[in-house]
Every structure is written in structure tokens, then in C-alpha cells.
Design a protein around this ligand. Structure first.
Ligand code: GGG
Length: 356
């Protein structure tokens, strides 16, 4: 059957441009080798655009990013010329919040026999999935600077969670665990110190977990859980956590299995079907433009996008090709994985491994 899909590509800044360019090569390869055509349009908003125009995303842009669009592939956002990533918040956080992409899905898997900077056996077999709440918490920009009670300046950012938002991310984690034959869902929080939010999450977690009584559950403090993620990553299965802790656990998990160069993510609204896929990594200005960025996280993110487009045949084939590539010797890898290969060399090798 001939299937056509339309996606939007937002390369963003720095290595975001380079790695999405590699993902496009894979899309083109599949478009030319099959009837499963994915048409794409670029939405080229970046730091330069923001510096020139004073904005990066208007409410009126949202419609063109979603009307008749089946998915969004994002690169990275961040630029040293713009303090506090103002434009990144206006682009990425606004997209997540205005499209209500409440699930941030971060699969973290150690590919068997893949070079890992840790080079330790305890990583082999690690396969965890983080469900990060993606719309509330400390990321809602509620706060400001005030005169402090001690006479000095003070600042505050307020974390806010509703039962609606907590319930839906917890439920998503359990439903995904059931659909994917997973054994356990852990809630990670800091309920002993951040008590109001902690108790809200724990109460809702316990209530919802009763609907999934064959799934084991755990409630853990973020500090101890970070230690466990490093020392015993294989013991971790499915994790549900807040926006901030999920963000941190995602990067920590990436470091455990081989680095930010290899970890993908998806921002999803399961109800509306709108979804945005992006590597977990940022724009990496220190290596931007050098042709050495690792495209693997972007290609794994593309695989998740193909799954979302109901072209999971290609999602599986891209994933299998990237896995096989990661099992090659370090000399085939980009510098973050101990090699000297360039960004496009990696994609070339991966494309040659995609079964068409
Ligand atoms: N793909 C994730 C992303 O771009 N996140 C934004 C971010 O963390 N940016 C920081 C940076 O690029 O330095």
C-alpha cells in the first residue's frame, strides 16, 4: 500500500542542524527505496532568527506546525549569545506546553557489546524507560525576583502540579509497561523534603497502581535513585517522574549507557496524536560546525517517529541498523564514543545497514 506522511523538521541551533540533516538522509533513503514516503518541510527558527526578529515562535505559527502534520522532528536549541536560553524556552517549552505534549518518553538502553565510556559489565543489559511529566512542575515559568526578607534580592520558581497532569503521566507509564511486557514501575520524587508535591504524586501513584496490580511498584527518593542508576542500572525498568527529575534522570541514564550522543526522546500527546521527536542532547556549541556530532540520538529519534507514523517496519529497521553500527569498533565512532569518524560517515554506515 502506498502511504504518504508529512512531517515538520525543526533543526534549531548548533549540532541540532547537523544531526537533523543526517536524519533527512535516512528519510530520503527510505523514500527512494519504498512506497512509504515521508514528505517533510523545514521550520527554520533558530538563535539567528531570534536575534534578528526578537521572537522565535508566535501563537499563529502553531497551526502551521500541526495542521495536516503527522509529526515533528526536532534537533536542539541553545546558543551562547542568548542568556538563559530565552529563545529555547519560547520554542521548545512553548511547543511542549501549547501542544500539551505531556509525555516525555526517554528509552535508555545499553546496546549489547556497544562501546561504553564506563566499559563495565554492569551496564550490559541495562534497559530502562523514563516517563517524564513534560508540561508542569518547575518549568511553567511561575516565579520572579523579589526583595528578600533579609534585605537582599531573592528569586523564586514555583513548581505546580495538578492531579490531572500527575494522573495522566502515571497512567501512561503503567499502560506502556503493560503493553510492553515490563515488570515494574518506579515513582521517583523527593517526597521527604518537597512534601506537598511529593504527597500528591505518591497518593495518585498508589491509587492508579491498583488498576495494574500485576505490575510491581516502588517509590524512591531522587538522590538515592541517582546512585542506584549508576551502580545498578539493570535493576531499573520503567520510571515515572516530575519534569525536573525526569530531565535529570534522562541525562544521567544516557551517561550510564554511552552518553548523550545515543539517547533519543519523544514528546507525545497520546490523545491528540501530536508528537515531537528529538535527541536528549542540546546544541553543543563547543563542537558545532566541526562535523563530529554523533547523529545516533537523532536517528534513534527518527525511528521513534516512524513508529509514531505507523511505519514501525521502518522504525524497527532503523533501530536495528543503529544497534548494529554501535556494535562496530570504536574507530567507526564519533569522538564522544572514542573514535575519529565524522557525522556523515556514521550516517553512511548506518544507511548501508538498513534493510530495504
Ligand atoms: N534536544 C533537546 C534540547 O535541545 N534541549 C534544549 C537544551 O537543553 N539546550 C541546551 C543547550 O543547547 O545548550
Amino acid at each position: 500500500m502506498n502511504t504518504e506522511r508529512k512531517i515538520i523538521i525543526i533543526p534549531g541551533d548548533g549540532i541540532g542542524k547537523e544531526v537533523t540533516n543526517e536524519a533527512v538522509k535516512v528519510i530520503e533513503h527510505i523514500n527512494h527505496s519504498s512506497c512509504d514516503v515521508v514528505n517533510y518541510e523545514y521550520f527554520n527558527r533558530d538563535a539567528d532568527f531570534y536575534l534578528e526578529h526578537g521572537y522565535i515562535l508566535k501563537d499563529s505559527d502553531i497551526k502551521s506546525l500541526t495542521d495536516g502534520v503527522d509529526g515533528i522532528l526536532f534537533g536542539a536549541i541553545g546558543d551562547p549569545r542568548i542568556p538563559n536560553m530565552e529563545h529555547g524556552r519560547e520554542l521548545l517549552l512553548k511547543l511542549r506546553q501549547s501542544l500539551d505534549l505531556y509525555v516525555n518518553f526517554r528509552p535508555i538502553r545499553a546496546v549489547s557489546n556497544c562501546y561504553s565510556p564506563l566499559k563495565e559489565n554492569r551496564v550490559e543489559g541495562a534497559d530502562m524507560v523514563i516517563f517524564r511529566e513534560n508540561t508542569q512542575g518547575l518549568y511553567t515559568q511561575v516565579g520572579g525576583s523579589v526583595a528578600g526578607v533579609d534585605g537582599t534580592q531573592a528569586a523564586m520558581d514555583t513548581a505546580y502540579y495538578s492531579t490531572h497532569s500527575v494522573d495522566r503521566i502515571i497512567r501512561e507509564a503503567f499502560e506502556w509497561a503493560v503493553a510492553n511486557d515490563r515488570r515494574r514501575v518506579d515513582l521517583v520524587d523527593k517526597a521527604n523534603a518537597v512534601t506537598n508535591i511529593g504527597q500528591l504524586w505518591r497518593t495518585r501513584f498508589r491509587k492508579i497502581s491498583k488498576e495494574f496490580n500485576h505490575i510491581e511498584t516502588g517509590e524512591h527518593y531522587i538522590d538515592a535513585y541517582c546512585q542506584r542508576m549508576v551502580s545498578d542500572p539493570r535493576s531499573i525498568d520503567v520510571v515515572v517522574s516530575s519534569n525536573l527529575f525526569g530531565d535529570i534522570l534522562g541525562d544521567l541514564g544516557a551517561g550510564v549507557v554511552g552518553g548523550l550522543g545515543i539517547t533519543p526522546s519523544a514528546n507525545i500527546n497520546p490523545q491528540s496524536g501530536i508528537a515531537l521527536f528529538e535527541p536528549v542532547h542540546g546544541s553543543a556549541p563547543d563542537i558545532a560546525g566541526k562535523g563530529i556530532a554523533n547523529p545516533v540520538a537523532s536517528l534513534y529519534s527518527l525511528a521513534l517517529l516512524y513508529d509514531h507514523l505507523r511505519l514501525d517496519k521502518w522504525g524497527k529497521r532503523i533501530t536495528a541498523a543503529v544497534d548494529e553500527y554501535l556494535q562496530m569498533a570504536s574507530s567507526h565512532k564519533t569522538p564522544d564514543l572514542g573514535g575519529e569518524a565524522g557525522t556523515s560517515d556514521v550516517t553512511e554506515q548506518i544507511i548501508s545497514l538498513i534493510d530495504v
